[in-house]
Design a protein around this ligand. Structure first.
Ligand code: CDP
Length: 585
């Protein structure tokens, strides 16, 4: 493994474990530990010692070559007393005090293990509704959202990361307007992302310009009506202001869930890429696409389909094993995980693959290739899942599923997800070949960093190596790129590379949405041909001067192109932005 400086630092701080002799394991020992624990599962399915060793070596190679990385909890949890390996959970919130507080406790236990939690607050009766036992009035979903937020604030996540949550409310809940405004003050509810669950009935009302009904979940009674346009406009305006709430198209999510014969999905995990039923969980892992280009940077550049296919299959086996190696935080979660055997194989390093292929992110060719690559990975994951089903059996809930109806005997209810890969993309990055998270474009090519009073240039490894190789690298030029926040329009950079090195702010929101759609796949695809079974993590970036109407157009396009959800971010709309381009820090 060839790690960047930052990857080493992150690993040392949070991922490498203390060994029994009191010294810290090395990154290589960490990979060995994970490979050993995940391969050991094979014994359960009749593998010999020799076969297990061979599988362990394959798993180790996947990670050591930086071709594939499992989600963070698998690194921090494998072979430990906690032993929790999944990143994503959804818990139900029932409409009674004992249920509300029980779920809050369960979430705390999950956060301790490094997992993130999503909740729908849609079953809670609205604020001001009757509470028979106390003769009082209900405080409603938004107040309990605040209580959950405070609980998360009070605990740290397993020493590894702080708790992350997703809070969801159906658009037909009577408290929807209050919910939409709940994060207008950006200093509030900071441990939650929030999203509105948009129904088909709402979209129909929006298209027709009519009102839609609000329903009290306690008794199913219609409590009033709202103009769909009014609610949509408020949503869009708040998203423009602060990036929140996002939206998820909940009926579409359920229609396209291969496992929809046994469950109803009402929420997603914190970053939105994994819609899950109550007590659902999922372990994720991502392939580093930057490693799969033959003849990179030449006219003969092509995807190494053969090796990509092999890695996708081994990774699928790895993720299926994780389900058995996992120690689940709750019995209800263990039961559901073992009945559905959900996995989420995804990708990262898409931006770096495109540069090697010579394709700008904002081009028809790139969008077409994105769809092709993800459909191919899905196909290979499906082949492996079917091969596993032959030996290990299909997942217990398989009968009646969309897979079953299509005549496909599979081991896993869902196979593919595009995660943000916030940390594991760092582990996959090499000094000269970075790895951007998920399907995101490069955020910037040159950052300026203030190191002990001196301004240092931090140049994207791919950009720097091309510039050096072709002889146009200079500190002055890199400074110009840093100041502009893009290579486009910087005359010292050859025109070809100005186009190819597209950064998130060069790319219009429409291209961002179209790329997300290319990976997600639209409505009406057969279950084996939808590239992503779960969903795609993506931020649709807007420049600071974008208008509310611009954001509205992206939300509408998301619906048209078959996205399961959308999250936007307008530059500078939140005070504490982690990454900034241009201005020196
Ligand atoms: O790269 P890494 O495996 O650490 O995670 P990611 O791909 O950025 O995020 C995947 C999922 O992990 C998120 O959607 C959350 O469910 C969970 N997560 C979390 O619980 N807390 C965080 N600080 C980051 C991610």
């Amino acid at each position: 493994m060839e790690l960047t400086h930052i990857a080493k630092t992150v690993m040392e701080k949070r991922y490498l474990r203390m060994k029994e002799d009191g010294t810290r394991e090395t990154p290589d020992e960490m990979l060995r530990r994970v490979a050993r624990v995940i391969a050991a599962v094979e014994e359960k399915y009749g593998a010999s010692k020799k076969e297990i060793r061979a599988v362990e070596e394959r798993f180790y190679q996947l990670m050591d070559r930086q071709d594939f990385m499992p989600n963070s909890p698998t690194f921090t949890g494998a072979g430990t007393a906690l032993g929790q390996l999944s990143a994503c959970f959804v818990l139900p919130v029932g409409d009674s005090l004992p249920e509300i507080y029980e779920t809050m406790k369960q979430a705390a236990l999950i956060h301790q293990t490094g997992g993130g939690t999503g909740f729908a607050f849609s079953r809670l009766r609205p604020a001001g509704d009757v509470v028979r036992s106390s003769q009082g009035v209900a405080s409603g979903p938004v107040s309990f959202l605040r209580v959950y937020n405070a609980s998360t604030e009070a605990i740290k996540q397993g020493g590894t990361r702080r708790g992350a949550n997703m809070g969801i409310l159906r658009v037909d809940h009577p408290d929807i307007l209050q919910f939409i405004e709940s994060k207008a003050d950006i200093t509030q509810i900071t441990n939650f992302n929030i999203s509105v669950a948009i129904t088909d009935a709402f979209m129909e009302a929006l298209e027709k310009g009519t009102e839609y009904e609000l329903i009290n979940p306690r008794n199913g009674e219609v409590t009033g009506k709202l103009s769909a346009k009014l609610v949509w406009d408020k949503l869009v305006e708040n998203a423009w202001k602060t990036g929140e709430p996002g939206i998820v198209f909940i009926d579409r999510i359920n229609r396209r869930n291969p496992n929809n014969h046994v469950e109803v999905i009402e929420a997603t995990n914190p970053c939105g890429e994994q819609p899950l039923p109550p007590y659902g969980s999922c372990n994720l892992g991502s392939i580093n696409l930057a490693n799969f280009v033959k003849n990179p940077y030449t006219d003969r550049a092509e995807v190494d389909w053969e090796r990509l296919g092999e890695v996708a299959r081994t990774a699928t086996r790895f993720l299926d094993n994780v389900i058995d190696a996992n120690k689940y935080p709750l019995p209800q979660i263990a039961e559901k995980a073992l009945r559905d055997r959900r996995i989420g194989l995804g990708i990262m390093g898409w931006a770096e693959m495109l540069v090697q292929m010579g394709l700008p992110y904002d081009s028809e060719e790139a969008v077409a290739l994105g769809n092709r690559v993800m459909t191919f990975i899905k196909q290979k994951a499906l082949e492996e899942s079917m091969a596993l089903a032959e030996v290990r059996g299909p997942y217990p809930e398989w009968e009646g599923s969309q897979w079953h109806k299509a005549g496909l005997k599979v081991r896993n209810a869902t196979l593919t997800t595009v995660a943000p890969t916030g940390t594991i993309s760092l582990f996959a990055a090499r000094p000269d070949l970075p790895c951007s998270g998920g399907i995101e474009p490069k955020f910037a090519l040159v950052f300026t960093r203030n190191q002990a009073g001196a301004l240092m240039l931090d140049v994207d490894g791919q950009f720097a190596s091309i510039a050096r190789r072709e002889g146009w690298y200079s500190d002055e030029l890199m400074q110009q790129v840093a100041d502009r926040g893009t290579a486009r329009g910087v005359s010292g950079v050859p025109e070809k590379w100005q186009r190819i090195f597209a950064t998130s702010h060069d790319i219009t929101p429409e291209w961002h949405v179209r790329m997300q759609a290319a990976f997600q796949g639209g409505d009406g695809l057969p279950v084996d041909q939808q590239p992503v079974d779960a969903a795609v993590s993506k931020t649709i970036n807007f420049p600071h001067h974008a208008t509310v109407e611009d954001v509205g157009k992206s939300y509408a396009l998301a619906w048209q192109l078959g996205l399961k959800g959308i999250t936007v971010y307008r530059d500078g709309s939140r005070a504490s932005q982690v990454l900034t381009t241009g201005d020196k820090t």
